[in-house]
Design a protein around this ligand. Structure first.
Ligand code: SF4
Length: 148
């Protein structure tokens, strides 16, 4: 058994970590090397597709708004959060949360579509599931390396 490693650059929190966020040249250098290491058989868990997006700082269609919703320790329900932890769109308290009416609302559909263009972070799981969600889920299911 081996332990896999997933890589992703830190996201910008303006005024807090500006100097630590890698620029596009840093990303090309670092992720080119990580791709080489994966090709050599090192246990890099990010798929090649995601590593290429990270290396080239490519925009991606994020499906977070479609597949997940947050419920925090205070009971607030919201759609994702920015890198500083601020909710992108709050819905309500968990006691008032009615999934059927929220998920079918026009506003939820708008938020879901807007989050596709968010690109604030590069969470490995979200990069992996970016783009056509059904294609990505199907590809994941058939990727044998995922199940070892
Ligand atoms: S890019 Fe990151 S912050 Fe933006 S919606 Fe996707 S997961 Fe959330």
């Amino acid at each position: 058994m081996h332990t896999g490693i997933e890589f992703f650059p830190i996201a910008l929190i303006k005024g807090y970590n500006d100097d630590l966020v890698p620029d596009s040249n840093d990303r090309i250098k670092v992720f080119s090397r990580i791709i080489e290491l994966k090709q050599l058989g090192y246990p890099v868990r990010n798929p090649f597709r995601a590593l290429k997006i990270l290396k080239n700082s490519e925009p991606f269609a994020c499906n977070f708004g479609q597949i997940a919703i947050f419920l925090d320790h205070k009971g607030n329900v919201y759609s994702c959060e920015d890198s500083a932890g601020q909710p992108q769109r709050e819905w309500c308290d968990y006691k008032a949360f009615d999934p059927a009416s929220v998920f079918s609302s026009k506003e939820f559909k708008e938020v879901r579509e807007n989050l596709k263009k968010c690109n604030i972070c590069t969470l490995p799981c979200m990069l992996e599931l970016s783009g056509s969600l059904s294609c990505r889920l199907l590809a994941l299911f058939f990727e044998s390396e995922r199940w070892v």
